[in-house]
Design a protein. Sequence first.
Length: 357
Amino acid sequence: KKIVTVVGARPQFIKVAPVSRVLRKQYHEIIVNTGQHYDANMADVFFQQLDIPLPDYNLGVGSATHGKQTGQMLQMIESVLIDEKPEAVLVYGDTNSTLAGALAASKMHIPIIHVEAGLRSFNKKMPEEVNRVMTDHISTLLFAPTDTAVSNLSKEGIVNGVYQVGDVMYDAMIYNIELAQQRYCIEDFGLKSKQYYLSTIHRAENTDNRDLLKNILLALSNLNVDVILPLHPRTKVKMNEYGLGNILESSNIRVIEPVSYLEMILLEQQARGIITDSGGVQKEAYFLQVPCYTLRTETEWVETVNCGWNQLLHPDTPDLAHAILRECERPYIPNLFGDGRASEKIVSSIRTLWRTE
Ligand code: UD1
Ligand code: UDP
């Protein structure tokens, strides 16, 4: 049977890697890359490093307003589906590429498989929240990473086709962490183990507000220890637009280009703490038992907060640095995101789509 997988943004390249490896043993997979992320260090590097099969279709949609970007994807994915006639469409997460893939399939009555279903921030101002809610409500198979996600779906009346399988990002971590340690070395970044903070910031709520972005950068500069900041292109554009570059001059913050996945997980593992607004990075901090400070008002990954490894800090907190530097005890509660075999469970459940045949 043929399955069309739609991806387009950095976190989706990381999620597709473990699933595709298993999926291809049983199904004919066609990969469609919408091109939502297109810089080499936001896209190509992951295909090369994680051995992801090259996309069968590169739609090259690129950056635009939400409507234009999603609309162009929808139109182009529909053409692919007309040509390929797949038995199912597989989408990941909550980006505009996810929604476009799901919508295109839904209108053609092709069953949708949603990996990372049921996540909710309950903040409809986030574009991702709208993308996830819509995608879940038109999906046939919903692979939830946690019990919370299953319960969120159930509260919205979605109970059929829901499977709690764990998190494919944990699969990716288990598969790659030793490789990362073999291939890269923290000293190559000019850093010492556990003597620096790693930060990533890209969420629209933080980057599209000058005061918040300024407060975050000032907090990082007030930490008085090395901070390494692989800068998302969105944040780079906004920092230039707002004239905030001076905060970084002669500070402890080292801005670098976005890094590969293996470099990133090594930087995470060796950090004293991680300061982020990324969804994936919050989970990775927990996987690696590194304290995480999430600069947001809420998180979809409530388990990471409840177990003590992740702390939510409102990005407009006046003394963010102080809150970050406060030490606290964190007992490790294992397996909150499954056992590292989410991809296998997903692939073996896909056949339920055709169980009546
Ligand atoms: C998108 C997702 C977000 C996800 C993030 C992962 C949506 C609505 N948002 O946000 O959920 O967490 O990806 O990183 O789908 N840009 C480049 N080069 C690139 C990509 C982007 O320069 O390769 C710049 C452009 O100025 C672009 C901006 O970044 O306008 C934002 O890119 P976009 O894909 O629209 O959203 P992200 O903020 O990356
Ligand atoms: N990541 C990476 N290089 C970087 C920053 C992040 O490989 O420079 C990885 C990170 O380890 C995680 C994923 O990208 O696996 C998270 O993606 P992102 O933060 O862009 O999106 P989100 O998870 O917030 O949707």
